[in-house]
Each structure stands twice: as structure tokens, then as C-alpha cells.
Design a binder for this molecule. Structure first.
Ligand code: HEC
Ligand code: HEC
Length: 462
């Protein structure tokens, strides 16, 4: 794309016309691009001034006069004699086109992006030595490697061979994740809808995007997103990989509203990014593939290994021990196994492996992955999410457990795992104490270490 607007077709036509223009004596050569103007940066509310002719170096030719146009137009900027002046009124990316006209009327043109940032954006505060995110620096615990409740957690790892977690890669991903520059008007970051203290979900039923519009579904929790065997993402699995997924919210018309080209231009003129890309990928080059890889590394690094459930393994490594649990939590753990929950929320990381229809409604309204089937995020940190299910309909774990107990609806696509022998929706008929015990067990999956860790926290000063 950049090349196509550097030299435009009319310029070539003019060159041809000039070449056929008879005897060359006394004929002025048409202007030509000499130096391509690089991407420029400005800030809303701060007076901006720029000589787009680069002091006469932008074009080759003599006696040139210049005109400037802006797309989109207006927004507080004016152009005269090749100089841009004014005070930008709105954040966004403006394409500036500069035309040079020679004494014979022959013209040449070039365009460049002008990024207008919103006012008062800060730079991140990063540690001198990057935090550790890689498997070497933060090894997975033994009970993630052991086979339990449907196999070892690591058998569900969706990390591609070409994008393992590195400390520098995830450190860049962290900055990108919290950077509001990733949205068209610098209003929201990934973290606006994926809040660390809420297990990287949102306690609101639906989230608000860059212009305040509401998302169609509840924000998904990201804890343990690394562990999902088929590697597909979103409630309806529409993204084939995490690397493909992370670029979608940026381009989504409601969420962040930005083209990948504008994203790359914005990051290229943000002073702290070239060094972070250099550290992560060995060169300062910024492109959307690298953005995707860094964001995916950071998201995959959000593994939960220090909940009370994990601590029950400490010392013994024994998955049948749970001596550190209260009697109620132990009862809840047994009910989680005996009620079939562990069949779908499997392994020691409590992850699922396929989308299912759990009978939330008798008649499907949102098809999800087809037939009202949805992916479940890992149940790690589920207690701090505030809202539950793809539409965020439930506001407490008590409601979720009551639903599985007596509320499963006779949807034609209901998963067999939630049907009784007669094919009808299964009823658990739990006592109030048993329901309470199941909730208590789900609360042992809360990992306060992950919810407060500095390496996952907002690096931008408030
Ligand atoms: C405006 C709110 C919003 C923003 C901003 C946002 N997300 Fe999301 N995110 C959501 C919602 C809502 C879903 C679920 C959408 C769906 O499945 O249809 C989701 C789903 C996801 C998932 C899928 C998780 C899974 O297990 O399948 C990932 C990963 C994710 N977001 C990462 C990001 C990243 C990275 C960014 C920043 C580049 C980001 N999100 C920005 C709201 C947001
Ligand atoms: C047939 C598979 C299956 C079984 C059995 C099952 N679940 Fe689920 N669970 C899912 C799916 C799929 C979702 C997401 C559904 C949606 O949002 O539409 C889910 C969602 C949840 C959620 C909400 C997660 C979130 O982030 O919003 C909780 C909590 C939960 N299940 C707990 C349980 C408990 C407790 C049991 C046992 C009583 C259980 N599940 C049994 C498949 C299952």
C-alpha cells in the first residue's frame, strides 16, 4: 500500500508527455519526488507546524509552488505554500497530499500520514530488567505436567512452534495490551475490557468500545487462554489462532475501530516502541504480524498456578490430597467431579476442549459456534468475573450452580453430557449445602498472585 501512493499514475503520464514534447532545449523538466516525507506526529490541542516541502528537498525541480490537501479534511489544520499549521482538534490519522507544480504547470505529488494523538498520553514505566514470562523463567508446576482429570494441562497448549513466549516479547505485549493508542481515538486499550483484577474479563455484562458502543457479548476471561487444545478463540471460535484473534478487536468497528495500517503508523511514531520491538524481535521494524505475536505471547503468559487449588498440590504433588482445603471445599471438589463438571472443565487448569450447548435457553437466540454452542474460558479466577456465560446473564456463582442444578433447558442441541438417561435436561437435585460447597470449590480457583502481579499490571502511569 505505501508504494502505491508515493508515485501516482498521473506523474508517470506527465513524464511520458514531457518525453514526447519535441526539442528539449528550453523545456523545463517536470518536478519529481526527491525525498519521501515520513510519517508525522501531532497532538490534539497543541499547535502544530511542519514544512512538508522539507525546505525544498521533497521534490526535484525549480520554481516549484506547493498545495496541500488533507484527508479527512478540516480538523483544525491548514496548508499554505507547503507548510502545515494549526491546532489539531481530533485524534486520528490524516493523509496529507503535497503537490508540487513547476513553471510549465507539470505536477508531482506525494502523500504521507500525519498521526494526531489525543492529549496527554504518557509513556510506560518499565523495569530495567524485563519481568519474566518465558517457560524457562516461569516454569509450569508439576501438576500442570501430570495427567489428571482428562490429561496433562500441557497437552492442551496452543502455543505455536513459531511463537514461544519470550520475556522481551511478552513485555512488549504487555505495553501494547495497556496502550490506548491501539484504538482509533486513543480512548480504550485491550485492558479496558480485560481487567487484571477481574481475571482479564470485565465485571460489566457487556463492555464499551472506543466510541462508547456496547459489545455484542460478554468479555471473555483470558486466564489460562494458552490451554485450549484446538487453539480457536472467541466464544464462537471464529478466530483460528490466538495470533489471528488479537488483531480482530483492534479492527472491530465497535471495540477499537482502527485499520492495521493506521496502527503500524501510530506505533512507528510512538517514541518507546522501536526499542521494544528491537528487544523482542531483533530489529526495530514494526508490522502487524509482530504486534500479533507480542500480544499473543503476553496473553499466553497469563497462566494461573498459585490459587488455593494449586497450593493444595504444594509439597505432596498429590492430586487426591487437598488437605489444605476446608471440609466444605473438599465436598465441593467431589461434587465438581461427580456432577460431571470436570468432564467439560477438564484438567488441573479447568479448561474445556470444544464448544457446547449447555441449555441456557430452550430456543437458541445466539447461534455461537453453531447450534447455540459456545467455548468456555478456563474456570480459573471465575469467582472474580462478576458476570457469567457468553451473554453475561448470571451475576453470581450461586446462580450458575442453581442453573446447572435445576435450570438446564430442553434445547434441541443440548449437549449429551447435560442430559439424563431419558434424554431430558439433567437435574442434579443438590441440597443448599451442596450448592454452597460447589461455589466454595469454584472460589478456590481464584489466584490472587496472578490478579495482582506487577508483570501483568498497567505499565502506564495513571
Ligand atoms: C471493547 C471491549 C474489548 C476490547 C477493547 C478488547 N476486547 Fe477482547 N474480547 C471482548 C469481548 C466482548 C470478547 C468476546 C467476543 C466474542 O466472543 O464474540 C473478547 C474476546 C477476546 C479473546 C478470546 C478469548 C478466548 O478464550 O477465546 C481474546 C484472546 C481477547 N479478547 C483479547 C483481546 C486483546 C489482545 C485486545 C486488544 C488488542 C482486546 N481483546 C480488546 C472485548 C474486548
Ligand atoms: C457439557 C459441558 C459442560 C458441563 C457438564 C458443565 N459445563 Fe460449565 N460451561 C460449559 C460451557 C460450554 C460454558 C460456556 C457457555 C456459554 O457461555 O454459553 C460453561 C460455563 C460455565 C461457567 C461460566 C464461565 C464464564 O466465564 O462465564 C461456570 C462457572 C461453569 N460453567 C461451571 C460449571 C459447573 C460448576 C459445572 C457442574 C455443575 C459445569 N460447569 C458443567 C460447559 C459445561
Amino acid at each position: 500500500m505505501p508504494n502505491s501512493f508515493l508515485v501516482r499514475a498521473p506523474l508517470l503520464a506527465l513524464l511520458l508527455v514531457a518525453a514526447c514534447d519535441g526539442p528539449s532545449t528550453g523545456v523545463e523538466a517536470p518536478p519529481q519526488v526527491r525525498t519521501q516525507v515520513s510519517t508525522q506526529a501531532a497532538e490534539v490541542g497543541t499547535p502544530f507546524e511542519f514544512d512538508a516541502t522539507l525546505g525544498g528537498e521533497a521534490f526535484r525541480g525549480s520554481g516549484l509552488t506547493y498545495t496541500l490537501t488533507f484527508a479527512p479534511a478540516g480538523g483544525g489544520l491548514q496548508g499554505a505554500d507547503g507548510r502545515i499549521t494549526g491546532t489539531p482538534a481530533e485524534p486520528g490519522v490524516v493523509i496529507v497530499t503535497l503537490t508540487a507544480t513547476g513553471t510549465t504547470g507539470a505536477q508531482a505529488t506525494q502523500s504521507f500520514p500525519l498521526v494526531i494523538f489525543s492529549r496527554g498520553l504518557a509513556a510506560p514505566q518499565l523495569p530495567g530488567v524485563p519481568f519474566r514470562y518465558s517457560d524457562q523463567g516461569v516454569p509450569l508446576p508439576a501438576h500442570y505436567l501430570a495427567s489428571a482429570l482428562g490429561g496433562p494441562v500441557t497437552a492442551t497448549d496452543n502455543t505455536p512452534a513459531g511463537n514461544p513466549i519470550t520475556d522481551a516479547g511478552a513485555a512488549l505485549g504487555r505495553v501494547l495490551f495497556f496502550d490506548r493508542r491501539l484504538s482509533a481515538n486513543d480512548a480504550v486499550s485491550c485492558a479496558s475490557c480485560h481487567v487484571q483484577a477481574a481475571g482479564f474479563s470485565d465485571t460489566a455484562q457487556v463492555s464499551r468500545g472506543f466510541r462508547g458502543e456496547m459489545t455484542g457479548r460478554h468479555s471473555m476471561a483470558l486466564t489460562n487462554a494458552r490451554f485450549y487444545r484446538n487453539g480457536r478463540f472467541f466464544w464462537d471460535e471464529r478466530a483460528a489462532t490466538l495470533e489471528a484473534q488479537v488483531l480482530q478487536p483492534i479492527q472491530d468497528g465497535k471495540e477499537m475501530g482502527m485499520s492495521l495500517q493506521n496502527l503500524v503508523w501510530k506505533l512507528q511514531v510512538t517514541p518507546y516502541y522501536p526499542a521494544l520491538f528491537q528487544a523482542a524481535f531483533g530489529s526495530a521494524e514494526i508490522d502487524s504480524t509482530r504486534v500479533a505475536r507480542a500480544l499473543a505471547q503476553y496473553v499466553r503468559s497469563m497462566t494461573s498456578t498459585d490459587s488455593r487449588f494449586d497450593r493444595a498440590f504444594a509439597g505432596t504433588g498429590d492430586s487426591n490430597n487437598f488437605a489444605s482445603f476446608t471440609p466444605e471445599e473438599r465436598q465441593g471438589h467431589q461434587l465438581f467431579l461427580s456432577s460431571g463438571c470436570a468432564g467439560c472443565h477438564a484438567t488441573n487448569a479447568h479448561v474445556s476442549d470444544a464448544p457446547q450447548n449447555i441449555g441456557l435457553d430452550a430456543v437458541t437466540t445466539d447461534l455461537g459456534a453453531g447450534g447455540g454452542r459456545f467455548k468456555s474460558p478456563s474456570l480459573r479466577n471465575v469467582a472474580v468475573r462478576g458476570r457469567f456465560m457468553h451473554d453475561g446473564r448470571f451475576t453470581s456463582l450461586e446462580q450458575v450452580v442453581s442453573f446447572y442444578d435445576t435450570g438446564v433447558q430442553p434445547n434441541p442441541d443440548l449437549d449429551p453430557g447435560l442430559r439424563g438417561p431419558d434424554g431430558k435436561p439433567r437435574r442434579l437435585n443438590l441440597t443448599p449445602a451442596q450448592r454452597k460447597a460447589l461455589v466454595a470449590y469454584l472460589e478456590t480457583l481464584t489466584d490472587h498472585t496472578q490478579l495482582t502481579a506487577q508483570r501483568f499490571s498497567d505499565p502506564f502511569p495513571q
